[in-house]
Design a binder for this molecule. Structure first.
Ligand SMILES: Nc1nc2c(ncn2[C@@H]2O[C@H](COP(=O)(O)OP(=O)(O)OP(=O)(O)O)[C@@H](O)[C@H]2O)c(=O)[nH]1
Ligand SMILES: [Mg+2]
Length: 397
C-alpha cells in the first residue's frame, strides 16, 4: 500500500493551493480526512469534484474541493494560505503519506500510466517551469508531434534514410532548440555600454517602474539591478551592469574591480547583449576591450538619446576598430521619452529568432534529450542510430 502527497502550486500566499494525493491507499486516506458537505458519505467518481472540509479529528482545517482525477489520484484545492497548506500536508504525513516535490509526484503519476514515452513524462515536468504560454505549447507539441513524431519517423524509415540525413536533421533540431529555449526558459539580456549612456533609464522604461537609480553622474550604477519584462512570447530578464565601461581591467581591490568582475560574469552568461550607446557623444565612447568581449555574442545596439543632436558617427566607429556586426542591428531610441522602444522590442524578438518561430517544430527541451541528440548526430552506423533513437523515446530520465 502506498500514498504520496505534494503541493502542486507555487510557494507563498495565493488564492488557491492544490495538494495532490496519489497511490493505492490515497482514496482510503482522503475519505478519512474529508467530510463532504451534506449528509452523504464521500463517494468519489473519476472526473467529479466534491465540496467539503478537511478535518483533523474534530478540528476543521479548511473548506476545500476535491477532484477525483483517477481512482488513485486526488487534487485537494484548499485556500492559498501557506499555513493551511502546511497543516494539510502534516495531516497527510501522519496518515502515512510520503511527502514529495511536485516534480517527484508527477513523475510517479505519469510513469504509472502505461504506454507513455519518456518525452511525455519530461514534457509534463518541463511544462511546470515554462516562462510563457508559447513555451508550454512548444513542450506539449513534442509529445504527439514534434520530437516524438520525428523519432518515430526515423525508426520507421531507418532502412531508407541515410545516416547523413539523420545527422543533419539532428543538427537542425539542436539549432531550433536554442531558439525554443529562449521562449521556454526566457532570455537574459545584459545592458552594457559607456557611462551615462542611459542603460538604467532603459531598464526602468522597459520594467515600467523606477528600479535602477538614474542620474547624470557617470558611474551611477554600481550594483547590478535586474527586471523582467514580457514581449509577447518572450520573457526578457534584463540586467543592468556597472563598471564595464571603466578602462578594463579596473585597479585591484577597488569597488570598480568588483563591479567589473560581476558584470563580466553577467555578460558571459547572457543570451543577448543590449549595447546602449549615446547618440549625443562621439564614436570613441566605447572601450575597444569591451568590443572584443562582446564580439562572440548576439548583440543588439540601442543608439540612445536620439532626441538630442547626433555626434555618433557609425562610419567613424567602424574605422576606429568597432566591429560592423555590432552595428548591424542598431535601433535609435530615446529611453527617456520612450521613442523607438516599440521598434526595439520587435527587434529583440527578431534577433532572438522568436518572432516567427513555429511552435510545432521538433526541438529538445531537456538536457537528457540534448545529450542524446548530440550522440545521434555523430552515430556511426544504422544500428547505433536505431538504439540512440530508441533511447530518445524510452530512455531513463
Ligand atoms: N536626453 C536624454 N537623456 C537621457 C536619455 N536616457 C537617459 N538620459 C539621461 O542620461 C543620464 C544618464 O542616464 P542613466 O540611465 O543613469 O545612464 P547609465 O548608462 O545607467 O549610467 P551609469 O550607471 O552611470 O553607467 C541621466 O541624466 C538620464 O536622464 C535619453 O534618451 N535622452
Ligand atoms: Mg546606470
Amino acid at each position: 500500500m502506498s500514498i504520496f502527497a505534494a503541493v502542486m502550486t507555487g510557494k507563498g500566499t495565493g488564492a488557491i493551493s492544490t495538494v495532490q494525493v496519489f497511490g493505492d491507499s490515497a482514496e482510503a486516506v482522503v475519505k478519512k480526512i474529508f467530510k463532504p458537505t451534506g449528509t452523504k458519505p464521500a463517494e468519489f467518481k473519476t472526473g467529479e469534484i466534491l465540496l467539503g472540509t478537511i478535518t483533523d479529528g474534530n478540528e476543521t482545517i479548511d473548506q476545500v474541493t476535491i477532484g477525483c482525477e483517477q481512482a488513485d489520484s486526488f487534487a485537494i484545492h484548499c485556500h492559498g494560505n501557506p499555513l493551511i497548506v502546511a497543516d494539510i500536508m502534516q495531516l497527510l504525513q501522519r496518515r502515512g503519506a510520503a511527502l514529495l516535490t511536485a516534480e517527484q509526484l508527477l513523475t510517479k503519476i505519469i510513469s504509472a500510466q502505461k504506454a507513455v514515452n519518456t518525452i511525455a513524462v519530461e514534457a509534463k515536468l518541463a511544462q511546470l517551469k515554462a516562462k510563457t504560454i508559447q513555451g508550454t505549447k512548444i513542450i506539449i507539441n513534442q509529445v504527439e508531434a514534434g520530437l516524438s513524431k520525428k523519432a518515430a519517423e526515423w525508426l520507421r524509415n531507418i532502412d531508407a534514410v541515410s545516416l547523413k540525413q539523420i545527422s543533419s536533421e539532428a543538427e537542425r533540431i539542436l539549432e531550433n532548440s536554442r531558439t525554443a529555449k529562449l521562449i521556454i526558459a526566457g532570455c537574459t539580456a545584459a545592458l552594457i555600454g559607456p557611462p551615462n549612456s542611459g542603460k538604467s533609464t532603459l531598464l526602468n522604461y522597459l520594467a515600467g517602474r523606477d528600479k535602477a537609480i538614474v542620474t547624470d553622474i557617470k558611474g551611477t550604477t554600481r550594483d547590478w539591478v535586474e527586471a523582467v519584462c514580457r514581449i509577447e512570447s518572450l520573457s526578457l530578464r534584463l540586467i543592468d551592469t556597472a563598471g564595464l565601461d571603466e578602462k578594463l581591467p579596473a585597479p585591484k581591490d577597488t569597488i570598480e574591480e568588483a563591479a567589473q568582475k560581476k558584470s563580466v560574469q553577467i555578460l558571459e552568461q547572457a543570451d543577448l547583449v543590449m549595447l546602449v550607446l549615446d547618440n549625443s557623444q562621439t564614436s570613441d565612447q566605447l572601450d575597444e576591450r569591451l568590443v572584443e568581449k562582446i564580439a562572440e555574442k548576439l548583440v543588439l545596439t540601442c543608439l540612445n538619446k536620439s532626441d538630442l543632436p547626433a555626434k555618433f558617427d557609425t562610419g567613424k566607429f567602424i574605422r576606429r576598430g568597432g566591429l560592423p556586426e555590432i552595428l548591424s542591428n542598431i535601433v535609435p531610441i530615446s529611453a527617456k521619452e520612450g521613442a523607438g522602444v516599440e521598434k526595439l522590442l520587435e527587434k529583440i524578438r527578431q534577433v532572438c529568432g522568436v518572432a516567427d518561430f513555429d511552435l510545432k517544430t521538433p526541438v529538445v527541451f531537456t538536457s537528457r534529450q540534448e545529450e542524446v541528440l548530440k550522440r545521434l548526430k555523430n552515430a556511426k552506423s544504422k544500428q547505433q542510430a536505431t538504439s540512440i533513437i530508441t533511447e530518445l523515446l524510452n530512455g531513463e530520465m
